[in-house]
Design a protein around this ligand. Structure first.
Ligand code: NDP
Length: 393
């Protein structure tokens, strides 16, 4: 019986709140806090179990500490933005509370993300006797756990990993992003990067692509991008020779993005507008639909998984593990779209792992450092069944 404080009442925060409410024997008390209290109230009204709400500015550690002392939670689930990771981790250190998130820290004024900033908290979390679990969404998150599961059960050596994220859904808008628009556009417009033979190789943004036949979806073009799980997986899974991340985009999405980039609307530096300083990308975010608002009419499926190659019993092996998730089914269940759903369900399961002591540690950890089995057992139960195939043995 545990008390959980969820920070960030957006698309993902809504799913985490709904899903925690479905497991009352673990989450006996749920508090949802965010910058805009109305968003917490809206989610609360969708849920039949009691959910408490609060307003907090998670950029402000003092405010966070006050709220944490008042709520006294056993765990904080951060579903706000990557900008808030460090202030929330600071508040956890000050109050001695465990921490979980789904995306690694990113400084607001530089479109760059890496784990170093959060890994640097390891010794302080260890000394304080508390745990931080980083990147417990789908990718990062389940994709890392899929790799750990493959390493434990299907390979003696893993050489090549391709993480492939396909969203073949249609939300009916000419252009919208499936998670926070600012974070999404910063990620997609960045240079690509993958790891090969001990080195990072950089590519121009979205310049490398190929077609893949996704289960239950069909052929889609997917584009090579840099993604944070590459950084932790090369550290935690020994012997990787190459690891890449791929994501599908529709032609319409790419055309809009190119135009927005060309006219300067994706810039993250402030520009002068009639005497005010505005950041074009932040302004664009205000104009674009909220990720949670896409859910109602979203149709189609996502398919996210890992293609892994290596050696088993002296022979080459190719193996594919994936989940397929249906936007409309997510809406029917908890009024969410599949991107928020596939992120929020793993965050809730990660919280179960921590609160029931299945995953224990003092310090800062990535999900693949723990036994994947108890987590994998819960995925199907809570709405994200997985399928694995040995393609060539
Ligand atoms: P949304 O924009 O829908 O939600 C973000 C929420 O955080 C909003 O409610 C926002 O409040 C709140 N917030 C922002 N700043 C603050 C602040 N300073 N204090 C308190 N609350 C704040 O985004 P998503 O739900 O789509 O994404 C949430 C997170 O999940 C992001 O970090 C994203 O990168 C991550 N993610 C991870 C994935 C994975 O698979 N690992 C996949 C998809 C997303 P307000 O509305 O008032 O601005």
């Amino acid at each position: 019986m545990s008390s959980v404080l969820i920070i960030g009442a957006g698309g993902v925060g809504g799913v985490v709140t709904h899903k925690c409410a479905q497991v009352p024997d673990v989450f006996s008390r749920i508090v949802l806090a965010s910058r805009t209290i109305d968003k917490c109230e809206k989610i609360k009204q969708q849920i039949s179990r009691p959910v408490e709400t609060a307003r907090v500015d998670a950029d402000n550690t003092t405010e966070l500490v006050e709220l944490i002392k008042k709520v006294s939670p056993d765990l904080i689930i951060n579903t706000a933005l990557p900008y808030q990771d460090l202030t929330i981790m600071d508040a956890c250190l000050e109050t001695g509370v465990d921490y979980l998130d789904t995306a690694n820290y990113e400084p607001p004024d530089e479109a760059k993300f890496c784990y170093k900033w959060q890994w640097d908290y390891h010794e302080r979390f260890k000394e304080k006797g508390i745990m931080a679990l980083l990147g417990c969404g789908f990718d990062p998150g389940v994709t890392n756990i899929f790799c750990a599961h493959a390493a434990n059960n299907h390979f003696d050596e893993i050489h090549y990993i391709d993480i492939m994220d396909c969203n073949a859904g249609d939300h009916g808008h000419p252009f919208a992003t499936n998670f926070n628009p600012e974070i999404n556009i910063r990620e997609v417009s960045a240079r690509g990067k993958y790891y090969e033979n001990g080195m990072w190789v950089e590519t121009d943004p979205l310049s490398v692509f190929k077609t893949f036949d996704f289960p239950e979806i069909g052929h889609k073009d997917m584009y090579l991008m840099y993604h944070e799980e590459l950084e932790s997986l090369i550290k935690n899974i020994p012997g990787i020779k190459r690891i890449r991340f791929w994501m599908t985009f529709s032609k319409e999405y790419l055309t809009h993005l190119r135009v927005l980039e060309n006219v300067g609307m994706t810039r993250i530096d402030p520009v002068d507008f009639e005497g005010c300083k505005i950041v074009p990308l932040k302004f664009l975010k205000v104009l674009l639909p909220e990720p949670s608002s896409l859910a109602q009419n979203y149709k189609g499926k996502t398919c996210i998984g890992c293609m892994i190659e290596g050696i088993k019993d002296g022979k080459l092996r190719k193996y594919y593990i994936y989940n397929v998730c249906d936007h409309a089914e997510c809406y029917r269940e908890i009024k969410a779209q599949a991107i928020s759903y596939t992120t929020g369900v793993p965050a809730m399961i990660g919280a179960i792992m921590m609160l029931t002591g299945k995953w224990k540690g003092k310090g800062v950890f990535n999900v693949e450092e723990f036994d994947p089995s108890p987590f994998m057992e819960k995925l199907g139960v809570h709405g994200l069944p997985w399928i694995e195939k040995i393609i060539e043995a």
